[in-house]
Design a protein around this ligand. Structure first.
Ligand code: C2E
Ligand code: MG
Ligand code: MG
Length: 430
């Protein structure tokens, strides 16, 4: 790599981030595909906490020293606090893997760390990601690849080393497409809301509906919320989406004051409940569309209420005073502690579809649902069975005394106008 003046990281004396990208660009100009290895430390903070920041610095210097001489063909860089890079020439896949394996082996061993009271041996856990830079890859493309690799590392990097292959490139391109469509839909508010009616077994009539977001890309492709909602949660766009959803649902409720169901529920995350503007936003929307709080329900998934139970409880209680109640969604899929969950003032517990499947599979499954239903009923919760698709499932849910049922067996999620027609038809049938 040419005669350009390199800049150095002051702590480790390795070349810095700017120099790394300049060197990659220079290599690309030769037409070659450089081999890039990212070393992302994941436990630096633990060393800092345990032995002090001086020790953390010492560890970084140790690692830098090792990387600088790891292989004569590779040059080392420090491009972020705990991110190192190695840049080597184009090589065969086997050689590239060999180099990554060599680093991995070293990171399995301890490092000597000097700290205020002396020195010790410490582990420095690292995620290793490697790939060949493509001729057209800009600095941002490379960063996108590295960051994407970090998000999938827990699943795809179990061995400690992840090679960013063509399949991952495709997955990243698809994710960028989806995020582009989500951003566009947020800006233009082009999301649509569908509503799935929920039947009450005792009243034998529909009493509520769940609002479900729909996104159609500009090319006409349907993009499932199961795909884009987790991405929106990860990127923070979920807040914007939820405020749009809340407004659309309140608008719909306001336009149809005589809707023959009592409530409509909206999906939110536990994180949002903790957002300081959460209560204000809800009150604003209810007031703007002249909707009573009694008509609004909020679903939060078990997965997203994992911390700050006391705070979540306070918000739930304050909104409860306005008539708004909460549903615990996807019960049976999370990892939360049952007793903490039951300390929150939920009105409804939604048994996830996976529990309904277990119910149909064996005697043991039936018994489990029976017992869970008893626990919920002792605690005065109303149970909604989700994902009921067949007559047999419907009968089993009713026999287990599950209070309400939601599923394709009764209706798929419908656009607002169709929901109204559906409910009118049902009312005539009664
Ligand atoms: P969820 O809140 O548990 O919603 C129920 C999902 O089950 C919906 O999928 C619904 O269409 C589907 N479903 C209902 N009945 C049946 C059935 O009988 N069989 C099967 N196989 N599926 C059934 P959908 O609309 O694709 O939404 C998926 C998830 O995306 C939702 O799960 C929810 O977690 C999230 N989501 C949807 N809309 C929103 C929204 O407006 N905001 C947020 N934050 N999340 C949303
Ligand atoms: Mg839901
Ligand atoms: Mg659910």
């Amino acid at each position: 790599m040419g005669n350009r003046k390199a800049a150095y990281d002051s702590l480790t004396r390795l070349r810095d981030r700017k120099t790394f990208f300049e060197d990659v660009r220079e290599y690309q100009a030769t037409g070659g595909q450089a081999h890039i290895i990212m070393v992302q430390l994941t436990r630096l903070i633990n060393v800092n906490r345990q032995y002090g920041v001086g020790a953390g610095d010492g560890l970084l210097k140790e690692i830098a020293g090792y990387l600088a001489q790891a292989h004569p063909d590779y040059r080392a860089y420090r491009i972020a606090n705990s991110r190192f890079m190695l840049l080597g020439p184009q090589c065969r896949q086997r050689q590239a893997e060999g180099m990554a394996a060599l680093l991995h082996k070293r990171f399995e061993q301890d490092w000597r760390v000097v700290h205020d009271e002396g020195s010790c041996e410490a582990k420095a856990k690292a995620h290793l990601v490697h790939f060949f830079a493509q001729p057209g890859d800009s600095a941002n493309d490379l960063l996108d690849k590295m960051n994407y690799a970090m998000t999938v590392f827990p699943v795809r990097g179990r061995s400690g080393v992840l090679f960013f292959d063509g399949e991952m490139c495709d997955a990243l391109t698809h994710k960028q497409y989806v995020m582009g469509e989500v951003r566009f839909a947020v800006e233009q508010k082009t999301f649509q809301m569908y509503y799935q009616p929920i039947i009450d077994c005792r009243e034998n009539g529909f009493v509520s509906a769940e609002s479900l977001i729909r996104l159609v890309g500009r090319d006409g492709t349907f993009i499932s919320p199961n795909e884009f909602i987790p991405m929106a949660e990860e990127s923070g766009l979920i807040d914007d989406i939820s405020w749009i959803v809340l407004e659309k649902v309140c608008e719909f409720l306001g336009e149809h004051p005589a809707l023959p169901i009592k409530t409509i529920s909206v999906n939110m995350t536990g994180q949002q409940v903790l957002n300081p503007v959460f209560e204000e936003r809800i009150s604003e929307n209810l007031a703007r569309y002249h909707v009573a709080g009694e008509r609004l329900r909020i679903e939060i998934t078990e997965r997203t209420v994992t911390e700050n139970f006391d705070k979540v409880k306070q918000v739930m209680e304050r909104l409860g005073e306005k008539g708004i109640r909460f549903y615990l969604d996807d019960f049976g899929t999370g990892y939360s502690n049952l007793s903490s969950m039951l300390s929150l003032p939920f009105e409804v517990i939604k048994f996830d579809q996976s529990l309904m499947r277990i119910m149909m599979e064996s005697e043991k499954g039936l018994l489990t649902i029976d017992l869970l239903a008893q626990i919920m009923h002792v605690n005065d919760y109303i149970i909604v069975a989700e994902g009921i698709e067949t007559r047999q499932q419907d009968m089993a849910a009713r026999e287990r005394k599950l209070d309400r049922i939601q599923g394709y067996y009764y209706s798929r999620p419908l656009p607002g106008g169709e929901l109204i027609r559906f409910l009118e038809q049902e009312a005539r049938r009664e």
